[in-house]
Design a protein around this ligand. Structure first.
Ligand SMILES: [Zn+2]
Length: 87
């Protein structure tokens, strides 16, 4: 029973860090839809040397809720979304 619990714990904790965290939703222009649609913003962890790192330059993704097209946010958009999420 003790062995089972320790396996369960070491497996469970790192897997939680892989799950993208929703930062919020807002309308933005979708290239595939050709119009403004509602998008979800995600903070996406990256695996580095067996660890999942949340803070890396391509950690904010957005997905169109109409066509499911996914893009990586950069520059001002990324800063703004991270700013609203932590506020
Ligand atoms: Zn779309």
């Amino acid at each position: 029973m003790n062995i089972f619990m320790s396996i369960f714990r070491t497996d469970k904790i790192p897997s939680l860090n892989r799950i993208p965290k929703e930062l919020g939703r807002e309308e933005r222009f979708c290239e595939r839809c050709g119009k403004r649609t509602e998008h979800i913003f995600y903070l996406v962890p990256k695996k580095v040397l067996m660890l999942y790192v949340k803070d890396h330059p391509e950690n904010v993704h957005t997905t169109c809720m109409v066509c499911a097209r996914s893009t990586i946010l950069t520059g001002e958009d990324r800063e703004r979304i991270l700013g609203t999420a932590s506020a």
